[in-house]
Design a protein around this ligand. Structure first.
Ligand SMILES: Nc1nc2c(c(=O)[nH]1)N[C@@H](CN(C=O)c1ccc(C(=O)N[C@@H](CCC(=O)O)C(=O)O)cc1)CN2
Length: 295
């Protein structure tokens, strides 16, 4: 392997420590701890693991945690009613409804019902619009985590050619907006892009968020490029056990790239660290306190 390994686990631990210190300062100034409400609907095993990790990380950072577990058959009306209660609860600075939701619930309606001030996932249309127009916004955690890794690796991103593969509202689009905000030259590519390998080959920075295991190959990558892999795909192995792979063919791409995130241990841990960061930012704004610069 020739590429530098970008250690998302270490970066996430360091951000979580910064959040812990700043949460203590917030508690002294505001007379209460910042609060995060998590909502898990149903029994999806991966979602249960992610929410457990979020609750654990919340406690370790000194934030107050309010967890709500609803059963699989919960109606949209009941979930909207819980969101309304959490919007009104002064102890709650951030509301996280874990996705995906069961099919009887319209996720867009639920996201729209979350107060934009408490939308620590950054999925509400108001936060998306604020990000797109360069205003202070709560920014989706995964792209924010990618940006923090890119800044730590490359410093100034201005003038870099960045290709984001994937156009989802949760990762691709906000990632592009964040990179534009850094004065990078940004292309958003996707499954229908003509000559996708040729487009990606122009990039100094590649962010892969397509959800297709090991789709990005070594001959797509400009030598020395920085590659951020957002994919988390579970694939079956010959021994029947299965393993996690990203959207990037790591073993071959790491021979060409200048730096690369692994899966696991790259972007994933930053998603949870940025959720804590967003909760602290939301708490400061709601309390009328200045958000610490280092966050
Ligand atoms: N409301 C939300 N729902 C979902 C989000 C989100 O940001 N908000 N993102 C994903 C899942 N997710 C967080 O919720 C998440 C996924 C993966 C990781 C992570 O740390 N992954 C590890 C590997 C974990 C494993 O072994 O399975 C890694 O990449 O190192 C954190 C958070 C969908 N839903």
């Amino acid at each position: 392997m020739t590429a530098r390994l970008i250690d998302g686990k270490a970066a996430a631990l360091s951000l979580r420590e910064q959040v812990r210190v700043a949460a203590g300062t917030f508690a002294q100034a505001a007379g209460r701890r910042p609060g995060l409400a998590t909502v898990l609907v149903g029994e999806d095993p991966a979602s249960a693991v992610y929410v457990r990790s979020k609750i654990k990380a919340t406690g370790e950072a000194g934030l107050e945690s309010f967890h709500h577990k609803l059963d699989d058959a919960t109606s949209e009306e009941d979930l909207l009613s819980l969101v309304a209660d959490l919007n009104a609860d002064e102890r709650v600075d951030g509301i996280l409804v874990q996705l995906p939701l069961p099919t009887q619930i319209d996720a867009a309606k639920v996201i729209d019902a979350i107060s934009p001030d408490k939308d620590v996932d950054g999925f509400h249309a108001l936060n998306a619009g604020r990000l797109a127009t360069g205003l202070d916004a709560l920014v989706p955690c995964t792209p924010l985590g990618c940006l923090k890794l890119l800044r730590a690796e490359l410093g100034d991103l201005s003038g870099k050619n960045a290709v984001v593969i994937g156009r989802s509202n949760i990762v691709g689009k906000p990632m592009a907006m964040l990179l534009i905000g850094e004065s990078a030259t940004v292309t958003v590519a996707h499954s229908r892009t003509a000559d996708l390998p040729g487009v990606v080959r122009q990039a100094d920075i590649v962010v892969a968020a397509v959800g297709r295991p090991e789709m990005v190959k070594a001959d797509w990558i400009k030598p020395g490029a920085t590659v951020i892999d957002v994919g988390i795909n579970r694939v079956l192995t010959d021994d029947g056990k299965g393993r996690l792979v990203g959207d990037v063919a790591f073993s071959e791409v790491s021979q060409v790239a200048g730096a690369i995130t692994p899966v696991p241990g790259g972007v994933g841990p930053m998603t949870i660290a940025c959720l804590l960061r967003n909760t602290l930012v939301a708490a400061h704004r709601r309390a009328g306190l200045t958000v610490p610069q280092e966050l």
